[in-house]
Write a protein that binds this ligand. Structure first.
Ligand code: SF4
Length: 252
C-alpha cells in the first residue's frame, strides 16, 4: 500500500533532466521535516518545512492522500496521462520521501513496470534510506536524484546523512546524481565543506546545486550567489524552472 498525494504532467524543473517533459507521481510521507526550509500559512496554521508540505504532513492534508492498494492503479493513472502524448515522457517518483515505500509491493511493482516498459525513471530522494538492490533489482535501472539535506534544512546530521544509503545507490545504479539546495547563508558559512563531506568519495558523480526558494522573489535572492558558488568549485548550477515559470502554482 502506498499513499499518492498528486500526479501531474509538467516539465522537470531541477537537476539533470531540467526542461524534460515529465509525469510526476508524488507519494505521501517523509522521514524528515526540514523545518528551516520555509514557513507557510495553510488552513489557518503556521507550518515550517519544505514546499512539499502537503506530502509530508498527513494529519493536515489527509483528504489529499489517496490510498493505493494495487500497482495497476498507478499504471492506469499513467495511461490516462499517456493518452494525450505520442512519445515516452520522463517519469518522476517524488514526495515526500518515495523510498519510504522501497520494499512495498505496490511501489516496487510500479518501478519494475516502468523500467521494463523503457521509461526513464527518476526517483527523487533524500538518500537516507538504504535499499537492498540485490533483492529489488529493478531499482538498478532507475536514476536517483540524491537531494541530500545540508545543515540549512534544520535537520541534525545523523538524521539527514546516511553514507551507507548513498553508497548503495552510487554503486548499484548506472547513473545517479547529487542535488543540493543552497541559500546565501550556508554558502558563506559551510556549504562547500558540507558538500565535500557527502560527495568526496564519488568524483564520478555529478553534483548539482540549486537556489533555495519556492517563490520567485526568494529564488532571485539566491540564484546568482549559487551560480557563482558553482563556478568557483566546479559544481553544476540547476535552476528551479517550475518556480521561475509558474512561481507557487501547484502541480507544476
Ligand atoms: S526530505 Fe524533502 S520532502 Fe522531506 S521534508 Fe525535507 S525537503 Fe521535504
Amino acid at each position: 500500500m502506498v499513499y499518492l498525494v498528486e500526479h501531474f504532467y509538467s516539465i522537470q524543473g531541477e537537476g539533470k533532466f531540467i526542461g524534460t517533459p515529465s509525469i510526476f507521481f508524488r507519494f505521501g510521507g517523509c522521514n524528515l521535516k526540514c523545518p528551516s526550509f520555509g514557513e507557510y500559512f495553510i488552513k489557518g496554521k503556521k507550518l515550517f518545512g519544505c514546499d512539499s508540505v502537503r506530502a509530508v504532513n498527513r494529519k493536515l492534508f489527509e483528504e489529499e492522500w489517496q490510498r493505493v492498494e494495487e500497482s495497476q492503479t498507478l499504471v492506469d493513472i499513467l495511461d490516462e496521462h499517456l493518452k494525450n502524448l505520442d512519445f515516452k515522457p520522463h517519469i518522476v517518483l517524488t514526495g515526500g520521501e518515495p523510498l519510504l515505500y522501497w520494499s512495498d509491493e505496490v511501489f516496487y511493482s510500479f518501478v519494475e513496470y516502468l523500467v521494463n516498459e523503457g521509461f526513464i525513471v527518476t526517483i527523487e530522494t533524500n538518500a537516507t534510506i538504504k535499499i537492498d538492490f540485490a533483492k529489488f533489482p529493478a531499482y538498478k535501472d532507475a536514476v536517483f536524484a540524491m537531494a541530500v539535506k545540508l545543515s540549512n534544512s534544520g535537520e541534525p546530521y545523523e538524521k539527514r546523512v546516511n553514507k551507507e544509503a548513498i553508497r548503495a545507490i552510487v554503486e548499484n545504479t548506472h547513473y545517479s546524481f547529487f542535488k543540493f539546495t543552497l541559500g546565501r547563508g550556508i554558502i558563506e558559512f559551510s556549504a562547500y565543506d558540507e558538500i565535500v563531506d557527502i560527495v568526496g568519495d564519488y568524483p564520478e558523480v555529478e553534483v548539482f546545486c540549486m537556489p533555495l526558494g519556492d517563490r520567485i522573489d526568494i529564488l532571485r535572492k539566491n540564484d546568482k550567489v549559487v551560480a557563482e558558488f558553482c563556478m568557483l568549485y566546479g559544481f553544476i548550477y540547476s535552476d528551479r524552472l517550475q518556480v521561475r515559470l509558474w512561481n507557487r502554482e501547484r502541480m507544476r
